[in-house]
Design a protein around this ligand. Structure first.
Ligand SMILES: [Fe+2]
Length: 291
């Protein structure tokens, strides 16, 4: 079972002894969720206006690119965009500081990607099975190949009514991969090049990304697997923050609203134990390089 690894840290610019940093990094790489129950991301009274689901309409979230300062996914044209951008940027900056505290050995191997604000309630939302994140899965981006790099995400529950965000967590990655490996179809000849040529993917999908997507789909489409972990729930209270490799931790978000999230890419070579990376696990099952 995936473990929740609590860390006592109440500020985004905090410090941790080196021994605790090592323990946190090892726990994270072993597929555990680093959980900071007291690490709250504060919103001002005015910023709470951005928690209104009307902000995003049909899209799931507001997205923010910390490098360009661009906002996306907005439904409302007349919002105070500069204030919203400042909020997103403050979260992006805070998560960088947090990871420098928790995982200092990643150094240049850590690359910040998009920031998102998800104001909409998860429970009861109708979604296609593939987009339905209330089903257990590991993350894999269909249009953006990782080429084996890790997907690391920081989540903060900013619900103003004190409601928890509830996750289910499944078993370790290697167990999931072994369970489904024989059922995952290999890429067809020319398939990955064609997807890039017609711009379904932003770059040629690596064999690794192909198998991760197939694994994501196989998990979501298996009712027995979903039922097995029906009671493996964990509430993340309002005012808490958690960090995990979502390409490795079998997870589902089953209820809650109002979350800030920051995605990072991590080079496999920057890890303390690269053999724990899904890339290495799948390569050992495939008996060949996949990215
Ligand atoms: Fe996910």
């Amino acid at each position: 079972m995936t473990a929740i690894h609590p860390i006592s840290l109440a500020t985004w610019n905090g410090t941790l002894p080196a021994a605790e940093q090592g323990v946190a990094t090892d726990a994270l790489e072993a597929g555990h969720v680093l959980f900071m129950p007291e690490l709250r991301f504060e919103l001002s009274e005015a910023e709470r206006a951005y928690l209104d689901p009307a902000l995003v309409g049909k899209s799931k979230n507001v997205s923010y690119d910390p490098r360009s300062g661009k906002l996306g996914g907005l439904n409302v044209a007349t919002m105070k965009l500069d204030d919203l951008r400042a909020l997103m940027d403050r979260f992006a900056t805070s998560t960088r500081a947090l990871l420098a505290t928790l995982l200092p050995t990643y150094g240049d191997g850590l690359h910040q990607a998009k920031t998102s604000l998800r104001p909409v309630e998860i429970a009861g939302r109708t979604q296609s099975w593939r987009k339905d994140d209330t089903r257990l899965h590991v993350d894999s981006f269909p249009s953006q190949p990782s080429s084996g790099n890790r997907i690391l995400r920081v989540f903060s529950n900013v619900n103003p009514d004190g409601r928890a965000r509830v996750w289910k967590v499944g078993e370790p990655f290697e167990a999931v991969a072994r369970k489904y490996w024989d059922k995952l179809r290999a890429p067809l000849p020319g398939e990955r090049g064609l997807l890039a040529a017609i711009r379904v993917t932003k770059a040629v999908r690596s064999r690794y990304d192909h198998y991760m997507l197939k694994l994501h789909d196989a998990m979501k489409l298996d009712p027995d697997y979903q039922a097995r972990f029906a009671t493996a729930t964990h509430p993340f209270p309002a005012g808490s923050t958690w960090v995990c490799f979502t390409d490795q931790v079998s997870h589902a978000a089953i209820s809650g609203a109002h979350q800030l999230e920051q995605t990072f890419w991590v080079d496999v070579r920057a890890m303390r134990n690269p053999n724990a990376a899904p890339l290495r696990v799948l390569e050992s099952l495939a008996g060949r390089k996949l990215a």
